[in-house]
Design a protein. Structure first.
Length: 372
């Protein structure tokens, strides 16, 4: 079985936003084709996970079913749930008068079961709170079309001023706030005004080193206990944020179909404007991660490489939204290839910490990720 460390307090010195200064641009990149899995994602899944598209989607669906099951039976009935190294769902059943029924229900769904006497990380236990209403599969709101001018998760943007001063980050998931309309969910530490008035910071598209016209403004920013920010879209740009897709900037999109809680062992991929798609597995949940004076206390960690500029990018498992990229232990490295060698020399591996998307939705009642 798979064991993970619990509740470690980690200081991450390399938050992954990139400071920039840039001139102004006028043109937007063209949108790509629309395969089920974009070629760039297929390549990343094969390179980083050694899986083909079918295996990736199959394991992601297993994690989704496991998250749904654990939320339905409740935290008192199980002590943990994870995917093992072969992608097999495993449930640790708690001792009690319902343990036989729970084990039978798990087995009926094709899950392996283990006794609760085996030590299971509390982090896994905490990650699967019985919040059925926050699980995926709500297909509203219906996503709009992808235009040539659309902004998608993974696209590059500048959080800053019209002069081009600020932090380069990646857009996260397009969403709908019932009080504000179309919004984008990205990382809180991307907002330079996080310690002051979030409304004073604008969001501008970036095309390489060029900065385009403002498309929105930060209206809510959080760095603790969760690292996320909400960008309200300007009236003139609302049609460009109606899509439910994520991508490598300028390439083919992956359409998001729902949200899911993080499950240890689940295959995940992030899209970021600096490194595009990169993939790994969820290593742990319920992590305490220090980023300067802020502390994320419910983050999950992954074996994904991410660098400065990838902050705020979307993390998916299959076609389900899992989280927002927040911090990396190799964020300052010039490339993921060098980061891999550097971390191996230190006896470590690249690790990306993220904010669960369902936590963001729970803290903002009515907020809904766009799905199809």
């Amino acid at each position: 079985m798979r064991r993970r460390g619990l509740g470690l307090s980690i200081a991450v010195s390399c938050v992954i936003a990139m400071a920039v200064f840039a001139p102004v641009a006028t043109a937007a990149p063209a949108a790509g084709t629309d395969p089920v899995l974009p070629p760039e994602l297929v390549d990343a899944v094969a390179r980083d996970l050694g899986l083909d598209p079918h295996q990736f989607l199959e394991r992601a669906d297993a994690a989704r079913r496991l998250a749904e099951f654990t939320a339905a039976v409740g935290s008192e009935a199980i002590t943990g749930a994870w995917l093992d190294t072969d992608g097999r769902p495993v449930v640790a059943v708690a001792d009690g008068h319902t343990d036989t029924e729970v084990a039978d229900a798990a087995s009926a769904k094709g899950f392996a079961t283990v006794a609760s006497g085996i030590e299971i990380p509390q982090a896994v236990h905490d990650a699967v709170d019985p919040l059925v209403e926050l699980l995926p599969f709500d297909v509203a709101p219906t996503a709009g079309p992808i235009r040539a001018s659309s902004y998608l998760g993974g696209d590059s943007f500048l959080a800053g001023t019209p002069a081009g001063l600020g932090l380069r980050c990646s857009l996260g998931f397009n969403a709908v706030d019932p009080a504000r309309g179309p919004v984008n969910i990205t990382a809180g530490h991307c907002d330079p005004a996080a310690t002051g008035s979030a409304g004073s910071t604008g969001a501008y598209p970036m095309y390489g080193s060029l900065v385009g016209s403002k498309f929105g403004s930060f209206y809510r920013t959080s760095q603790s206990p969760n690292d996320y920010a909400l960008i309200e879209i300007d009236d003139a740009n609302v049609g460009e944020f109606e899509s439910n897709a994520v991508r490598v900037p300028g390439s083919g999109p992956l359409h998001v179909t729902g949200t899911v809680d993080p499950i240890v062992g689940a295959p995940v991929c992030k899209s970021g404007s600096r490194t595009g798609f990169s993939c790994g597995t969820i290593l742990s949940t319920g992590r305490n991660v220090a980023m300067g004076e802020a502390v994320m206390d419910r983050s999950f960690s992954t074996s994904i490489c991410a660098l400065r500029g990838d902050s705020g990018g979307p993390i998916v498992s299959g076609t389900l939204a899992v989280g927002i990229a927040s911090a990396s232990n190799v964020g300052d490295q010039p490339s993921c290839e060098i980061a891999m060698v550097f971390s191996m020399l230190q006896g470590q591996r690249p690790e990306l910490f993220a904010t669960p998307i369902n936590d963001v939705l729970a803290e903002n009642p009515g907020l809904t990720v766009r799905t199809s």
